[in-house]
Design a binder for this molecule. Structure first.
Ligand SMILES: [Zn+2]
Length: 480
């Protein structure tokens, strides 16, 4: 059998000043693209021919330029067109929260174009992120669609491989099922839907329970994505029957799952320790163990923010007689990062840190010593490998403050990424990272993790975000 594969992922935050263009996307093609798709050995069979197209991983960024999306979509569609005569199925890894200028959802545009090309019956299987927005049309264009259950996403590879196995089954045993979709008038931030915590744990258990029925092939729920204002924003559930005979059972299960989530709408909450910025900093500085992590949640690069805010740095610099060692990993300022690249380790120089995009990223004049030059490493849990740009680590002269400065908003969420900064980060009392919820490796490595409710492009209080295009009424923006 012949299976075409591709990956396109982007969380598009419209509240950042950058547009996502070709240079902001980690692109790989052909056989190389397969190494970023977490496919495992699922297609390693003599009777399966894989047709790779593209892996376009934009991670979290701004709204995508039309020309960039046209390139990604065109590459996938060209692959399909070339192989159309003997193609048996299509596997796609999509995020669900892309936004493209003049188009809107890139995933929906892509799937509609594919369906138009291959017709209504060719099996299409999609693995996706639960922080994406769905519509009935999007879901109906898929034969099989399943989202990761865990947030943070520790089960991406498992979801990808499960999806691929189901695709193989749909090709080997042709069976025309229609996924059932239910949209909920509920919009949530990712920081309120961590899967080790309630109510997500119970929702995942309930989906496992539904899947114990052999008539139900798969149950998924989508938290949705709220960093751009669009009609499809919000929660949804998808249930897929194992056979068309069980379509009614799947409809019933989808209603049950939708009700189960809806009845728990008041239970979503921040996981872990959360505090206003001054209190969060005080808690981290007072922590007996080390390191204490502060997540700068308003500038969360894992949800598309620029990572350029200097607000927490200003907070730290205002403390007179600071005894504790503080590390920022990282602050994004491309000009300063490139300037530092010209100086040798050990050099002292003056820098201006802050991209002046807004008040929160105001530049700060600093005398610094260059401690290390390095390269940013990929986030393994997201399937990233390779080089993600330069970094320079500096120490502020006469202050116990170290700053990793980067030329992009790539995230630092795993230990090896901190190791690459050239400082013994485990010895620091406080480490400030640009995340919302702390990611699992750093959580395990820290004596404390506190989410600082900072302002920025990724504010945590959903009620403060101005929406004009979403479905209304919508909880918790409206009381329902
Ligand atoms: Zn996600």
């Amino acid at each position: 059998m012949k299976i075409l594969v591709g990956k396109f992922t982007l969380e598009a935050n419209e509240h950042v000043p950058m547009m996502c263009d070709i240079e902001d996307v980690a692109m790989s093609y052909g056989a190389d693209s397969l190494t970023h798709m977490q496919l495992g050995d699922v297609f390693d069979r003599d009777d399966i021919e894989v047709v790779p197209t593209i892996c376009a991983d934009a991670a979290c960024s701004g709204v995508m330029r039309r020309r960039c999306f046209d390139h990604i979509e065109g590459t996938i569609l060209n692959g399909i067109r070339t192989n159309l005569a003997d193609l048996d199925g299509i596997y796609l890894h999509l995020h669900g929260a892309s936004y493209v200028e003049c188009i809107g959802s890139g995933e929906m545009h892509l799937l509609a174009a594919i369906r138009q090309m291959v017709g209504p019956y060719l099996p299409i299987a999609v693995a996706c992120d639960p922080h994406g927005n769905l519509t009935e049309e999007y879901v109906h264009n898929c034969t099989f669609i399943r989202s990761y259950r865990e947030a943070p996403h520790t089960d991406i590879a498992e979801t990808v491989q499960r999806t691929c196995r189901e695709l193989i089954r749909f090709i080997e045993q042709p069976c025309r099922v229609t996924p059932v979709y239910r949209k909920l008038p509920l919009i949530l931030g990712g920081e309120q839907s961590v899967s080790t915590d309630e109510p997500v744990r119970s929702i995942n258990d309930f989906m496992n329970h539904l899947e114990e029925d052999p008539r139900i092939l798969s149950a998924s729920w989508h938290v949705g994505y709220l960093r751009h204002d669009c009609a499809e924003a919000g929660c949804g559930v998808v249930v897929i029957p194992s056979d068309p005979r069980y379509a009614e059972t799947a409809e019933h299960a989808a209603d049950e799952l939708a009700s189960f989530v809806w009845e728990r709408r008041h239970e979503f909450h921040y996981t872990g320790t959360t505090a206003e910025p001054d209190e969060a900093l005080a808690m981290a500085l007072a922590c007996k163990g080390r390191p204490a992590f502060i997540t700068d949640s308003g500038d969360n690069v894992t949800s598309g923010a620029m990572g350029a805010n200097t607000f927490v740095l200003q907070q730290v610099l205002e403390i007179q007689n600071l005894d504790q060692k503080v590390l920022f990993a990282a602050i994004h300022d491309d000009n300063t990062c490139h300037k530092l690249g010209e100086f040798a380790v050990g050099t002292t120089c003056k820098i201006s840190l802050g991209m002046a995009l807004d008040e929160l990223s105001s530049p700060i004049e600093l005398d610094v010593e260059i401690v290390a030059h390095g390269r940013q490493e990929g986030t393994h849990m997201y399937g990233e490998h390779g080089d993600y740009g330069p970094l320079a680590t500096v120490k502020i002269v006469d202050r116990p403050v170290w700053i990793v400065i980067t030329d992009n908003n790539h995230s630092f969420v795993e230990e090896h990424q901190l190791d690459a900064c050239g400082v013994p980060w485990r010895d620091f009392e406080v480490i400030v990272v640009k995340q919302g919820y702390i990611h699992p490796e750093l959580k395990a490595a820290g004596a404390l993790s506190v989410m600082s409710l900072t302002d920025g492009a990724t504010p945590q209080n959903t009620k403060l975000i101005k929406f004009k295009r979403i479905m209304r009424p919508m909880y918790p923006i409206d009381e329902i």
